[in-house]
Design a protein around this ligand. Structure first.
Ligand code: SF4
Length: 321
């Protein structure tokens, strides 16, 4: 019953591909325009040096070596047969086009692949890269999914966290991705210290209005040695309580289009140098709290999804005079 209260990714994949599908993370040596000076210096205030690639194999291995390494594990342990290669760390479309093309082709030619997922920033989505991905999709019959770090639709907060882009770049990227028939996954952090419950609602409404296909939620984790870490240690920011966070996630789900698939409800932080992550409890206990809240309040994803398609005239539209 609990699983039906929001649209879960694992079940979605089984429906789409006829069996369980496993994601294989790949870590490319790369950088980020928000760290190396092209867009900004130092990166997002919460970013550690690893660029979100902390669960990957070393980037000194080739794409094929990383994929085959993880594949072997999943085959042996779960008898896995279908896979999605997930370019996870840093901004994967922030590579010279030739290197991007070679890495994608190396992945696309591997066995038992049903899709490629590419994580990047909204300001690194460019037509040339997308056109090439369109050719890969057709030639190899692969699903292409672009994951965009957005974190919040509140552009004042985006400035505070030094994202180096605003909401407009995200909207532009989603339109370009959609026009090629690819899918978009948006990453959000619902407890950024400068956001409130109204921002949570707007996050859900904008993703729904844009017809984004997937969402990944992550509570804010704070790493020592980052700008955010310093702010936290100096008492300059306040983190909402776990109860308030659970309420935000549930509110987000209520306003979200029920067709959007939740790829991740709760994230894990890196293991090292953490100052704050998931209120000192495990990610699965946070997930359990959210699911219990949904159940207890008899609510679900899409419960308040009633605001699109001219809400003010919905009843007038059925009248002939
Ligand atoms: S976009 Fe990603 S890799 Fe770049 S600075 Fe922000 S969190 Fe770090």
């Amino acid at each position: 019953m609990i699983s039906e209260r929001y649209k879960q990714y694992s079940q979605h994949l089984v429906k789409k591909f006829g069996e369980k599908v496993y994601k294989l993370p790949v870590n490319l040596p790369g950088s980020c325009p928000n760290r190396d000076g092209r867009v900004g210096q130092g990166g997002c205030i919460f970013c550690d040096e690893e660029g979100s690639g902390f669960d990957c194999l070393p980037n000194t291995l080739s794409v094929k070596e990383q994929v085959e390494g993880s594949k072997g594990f999943f085959r042996k342990r779960f008898n896995a047969k279908k896979f999605i290669v997930y370019f996870q760390a840093f901004s994967n479309t922030y590579l010279p086009f030739g290197r991007f093309r070679d890495n994608i082709l190396e992945a696309a030619g591997l066995d038992d692949l049903v899709g490629i997922s590419i994580s990047t920033r909204p300001d690194c989505v460019n037509d040339r890269y997308l056109d090439f991905l369109g050719e890969v999709k057709n030639e190899y019959n692969l699903d292409i999914n672009i994951e965009l770090g957005l974190q919040t639709v509140n552009y004042h907060t985006l400035e505070k966290i030094n994202r180096g882009h605003t909401l407009a770049e995200f909207i532009d990227a989603v339109f370009r991705i959609k026009s090629r028939g690819f899918e978009t996954c948006a990453h959000l952090i619902l407890n950024l210290p400068w956001d409130n419950l109204a921002d949570t609602v707007e996050n859900a409404k904008i993703l729904s209005a844009l017809n984004v296909e997937y969402v990944k939620l992550h509570s804010l984790y704070i790493v020592r040695g980052t700008v955010l870490g310093d702010m936290y240690q100096n008492g300059e920011i306040e983190i909402i309580t776990l109860d308030e966070y659970v309420e935000r996630v549930v509110t987000f789900l209520e306003y979200l289009d029920p067709a959007v698939v939740i790829q991740r409800l709760v994230g894990k932080g890196p293991r090292e140098s953490l100052l704050f992550s998931n209120w000192g409890t495990s990610w699965w206990l946070v997930k359990q709290r959210i699911e219990e809240f949904l159940e207890k309040n008899d609510t679900c994803q899409g419960m308040k999804f009633d605001y699109l398609n001219g809400k003010a005239v919905q009843d007038l539209a059925v009248m002939n005079n």
